[in-house]
Design a protein around this ligand. Structure first.
Ligand code: C2E
Ligand code: MG
Ligand code: MG
Length: 728
């Protein structure tokens, strides 16, 4: 039996302390010992003192939280406390004074109390005994109930052993949990020595993610993991002051030298005896990229990639704030395309988008690194120039933008020409706040558009008033159009050879409730700009065709067609609808166009003009001679009529120049088979000259101003009564 293995051996200590832990030799037991002679009183006293000391020692040992065991030089139990017995509760039945530790171990091993000994029992016992007498360092021992005991032993001077035992099962459990958490964690984790930041270990996720072998990692410091740009703050990060970097992104380098964005969570630990840093590095590269994309989308215009209004405001605010320190000037430019809406409407939105993308690139190309270009919406753009300290520089940027956008664009195999207007506000002279600068640049833009487009204007304080007046006119025009407040008056055209009224030109009149009659030269450009011209033209076409249908058969009707109306498209349908619904014969309708129409996009315009002409409608070139290259336009299209601009007629009485030009036009017209009409004839002598040079037709105050439709019959009567004029 196991107990038989144990041999009791008398021992001096064993006679002093009890074989049972925590139980000291009692006075009763002493009394039971053989009586000693009196001379041994002194011995007795010493014995009692020893007993007291022994008891105190015993109590002290019992109070220790560790298990304590004392063995003699032969490895026999001398003394142990309750904690020791508790720790080895499986073997406690074997503990007896004088029993050899090695023997209790052997029984324990045989019973399977020490799982580490399994399969190598003798070797394990030998190692254990060797350690007992050559104690160098603490070691651990596992017990079959799953506990782990830390053993710390020291040799005593008499060759015995004092041993301490601590149940470190909980610690071991925590260590195991930690190891599991560390090893199996999907987040890359590292442990680095605090002193020199050398990496001691890394988990599987770290090795997999970074691509380093563990041995390689162990040759690195945590600094080596970081991108050099991070190095400045690393000490603080790993010193446990990471809080101040909460939310900060760091950059780590992988084995293949690619860099990743990481969030780092570091804390201090002790690995074995070594102060260390445990840190997790969460790869947030994708999240960062996604965040960056979201931020980009929130701040940029999806079509052109330029900054959007929100981002422009943000950057402008920042620039203005830093300007307060640096004193540098800032310029805000508002940019608007003068004819984008029409291009978009006539060519389709895909073409419009392509145009916007191309011109955004061109705008961007004119700027420096610190400047910002933004698309505010539709065809509205803005540019903010940083360090705009000299108006000359700002003007040159504005002009450059206008120039680069004036270069023709190619969209869908078509050439598109755009003109651009730019309004400029300067900080600090025109305002120091983003809101104010943007508003003022917009007012300046408004002015630029009003001043003929294709130009830039600086903000001036009076613009506010002017723009408001202009906006009011626009609103009034809208109202007038919707409420039938626009009238059509008719001015007669007279045949100079037969002196007959050959027709009437429809001319718009706007009786403004406050301002009286506003001339078409003022409100037609406004209608063109605010997009109302399409509806107005179609209204004139319809109404005038209906009016003319009631006139004597041979009276023709001339209607002015704005170039903008062609850009909107569907002109052919508008004309044929008006003819059909009014019943007016197509040959009685003349459309007056100007050179401005042929200036741009001429192919599609010519196609439409040919189609309209094929209906039988006549096409006239209005205001001839006022454009740039009138003659070449005459080659482009077989016009039925040329109307010599009134300015040449007025010049007749002032010398040979106008007369020579009129003669030349006459020659041209007759050789090309076109009717020539002279506008603005006010005097008999002008009429005489024109008739003499062979002009076919005249129009002017000499005959009549434009009159309301109700006065047309009266006008005809009057002209017929003046014997030389007769309506045929
Ligand atoms: P336009 O087509 O050249 O029209 C002739 C202009 O000369 C008219 O001015 C007419 O009143 C004016 N006029 C005629 N005889 C004389 C004269 O003896 N002396 C002077 N000094 N002027 C004379 P209005 O009606 O002011 O029209 C100006 C321009 O406005 C027109 O020039 C035309 O381009 C435009 N317009 C007028 N109505 C319409 C319209 O319905 N649609 C479009 N798109 N434009 C129109
Ligand atoms: Mg006209
Ligand atoms: Mg004219």
């Amino acid at each position: 039996m196991a107990h038989e293995l144990l041999r009791k051996s008398p021992n001096s200590m064993a006679s002093v302390v009890s074989s049972k832990p925590s139980r000291l030799m009692t006075r009763r037991r002493l009394a039971a010992m053989p009586k000693l002679p009196k001379r041994d009183d002194e011995f007795m006293q010493r014995l009692e003192r020893a007993e007291a000391t022994n008891r105190q020692l015993r109590e002290a040992i019992d109070m220790l939280p560790q298990g304590v065991v004392v063995l003699d030089s032969e490895g026999r139990y001398v003394l142990w406390n309750q904690q020791y017995a508790d720790i080895y509760k499986k073997s406690a039945d074997l503990f007896e004074i004088g029993v050899r530790l090695e023997d209790t171990l052997r029984i324990g091993v045989a019973r399977g109390d020490y799982p580490e000994a399994r399969g190598r029992e003798e070797q394990w016992i030998a190692e254990r005994v060797r350690r007992l007498y050559q104690p160098k360092e603490r070691h651990e021992q596992w017990i079959s109930d799953g506990r782990c005991i830390l053993i710390d032993e020291r040799l005593t001077t008499d060759g015995g052993v004092v041993g301490l035992r601590v149940d470190i099962s909980e610690l071991k459990e925590r260590e195991a949990s930690f190891r599991m958490l560390f090893e199996a964690n999907p987040v890359p984790m590292f442990v680095a020595r605090r002193e020199d930041k050398v990496i001691l270990s890394a988990n599987r996720a770290a090795i997999r993610h970074y691509g380093f072998a563990l041995e390689d990692l162990r040759t690195k410091t945590l600094f080596d993991l970081h991108h050099p740009a991070d190095h400045q703050n690393l000490e603080s990060l790993y010193d446990g002051r990471a809080d101040q970097f909460a939310g900060q992104t760091w950059r780590h380098l992988k084995a293949d030298a690619t860099s990743i964005d990481v969030a780092i969570y570091a804390s201090s630990i002790t690995q074995g005896q070594t102060p260390a840093i445990l840190f997790a590095a969460i790869d947030i590269t994708e999240r960062k990229a996604a965040e960056a994309k979201v931020a980009y989308l929130a701040h940029h215009d999806a079509l052109t990639g330029l900054a959007n209004r929100v981002f422009l405001r943000k950057r402008l605010d920042e620039m203005l704030a830093s300007r307060k320190r640096s004193g540098a000037g800032v310029a805000v430019l508002c940019i608007d395309l003068d004819n984008f809406k029409i291009i978009n409407d006539s060519m389709g939105h895909a073409a419009g988008d392509s145009l916007l993308q191309q011109l955004s690139e061109r705008i961007q190309g004119t700027l420096r690194k610190d400047d910002i270009a933004a698309r505010l919406g539709g065809d509205e753009f803005a540019v903010v120039l940083a360090n705009a300290n000299h108006a000359v520089e700002v003007s040159s940027v504005a002009q450059r933008i206008i120039d680069v956008l004036r270069e023709p664009f190619r969209v869908d195999d078509q050439t598109i020409n755009v003109t651009t207007s730019v309004g400029i506000a300067l900080c600090p002279s025109d305002g120091e706040e983003a809101e104010v600068l943007l508003k003022n640049a917009d007012l300046a833009l408004y002015q630029a558009k009003g001043d003929g487009k294709g130009c830039y204007r600086y903000f001036e304080a009076e613009m506010n008033v002017r723009v408001q007046a202009r906006r009011k006119i626009e609103a009034d025009l809208h109202q007038a159009f919707l409420n039938g407040g626009l009238e059509i008056h008719y001015q007669p055209l007279v045949s100079l050879s037969s002196r007959e009224v050959s027709g009437f030109e429809a001319l718009l009149r706007w009786p403004h409730p406050e301002r009286g009659y506003i001339p078409p030269s003022e409100f037609i450009p406004i209608a063109e700009e605010c997009g109302l011209i399409g509806s107005i033209t179609d209204f004139v076409l319809q109404r005038a065709c209906h009016d003319a249908a009631r006139w004597p058969k041979k009276a023709r009707l001339a209607v002015n067609m704005s170039p903008q109306r062609f850009r909107i498209g569907n002109v052919f349908n508008a004309v044929s609808d008006a003819l059909r619904s009014s019943g007016l014969e197509p040959s009685r309708l003349e459309l007056e166009i100007t050179e401005a129409l042929l200036l741009e996009n001429s192919e599609s315009v010519l196609t439409i003009l040919h189609a309209i002409r094929s209906l039988g409608v006549r096409i006239s070139m209005d205001d001839f001679g006022t454009g740039y290259s009138s003659l070449s336009y005459l080659r482009m299209f077989p016009f039925d009529k040329i109307k010599i601009d009134g300015s040449f007629v007025r010049g007749i009485g002032f010398g040979n120049e106008s007369q020579a030009i009129i003669r030349a036009i006459m020659g041209l017209g007759s050789s090309l088979g076109m009717t020539i009409t002279a506008e603005g004839i006010e005097t008999e002598s002008e009429q005489e000259f024109l008739r003499a040079v062979g002009c076919d037709e005249g129009q002017g105050f000499l005959y009549s101003k434009a009159r309301p439709v109700t006065e047309v019959p009266e006008l005809l009567d009057m002209l017929n009564q003046q014997s030389q004029f007769r309506l045929v």
